[in-house]
Design a binder for this molecule. Sequence first.
Ligand SMILES: [Zn+2]
Ligand SMILES: [Zn+2]
Length: 110
Amino acid sequence: MPKKVYGEYQVVRCPFCSRQSTAKNSQGIPVCRHHQEEVFGDIQCSCGEWLELKTGSYGPFYRCHHCGNISFQKALYLKSLKEKKETPAQNTPRSLKITNEEEIISIDDL
Ligand SMILES: [Zn+2]
Ligand SMILES: [Zn+2]
């Protein structure tokens, strides 16, 4: 079966589970059907400001009063960093990892 490549087209993934998003939650964030009821809590910028959720023609994004617009992906990353700090014992879901940290850390030894 030939593999279909979508080229430039970016599939918007559900931020909760990384599945392809087919719906939107009440905040206008593209999510999958299963997470349609989920909402995002406040996300704090790396500068300490609370980010404001916006939706533009390219989809949802966050805005910091100090730093300007922050991409949704970046905001999720900030959120995952914060969650990591607050709940060190809990594993951050892999799907929320935005950086390529995973690629640097080899899991071959596991
Ligand atoms: Zn989902
Ligand atoms: Zn900021």
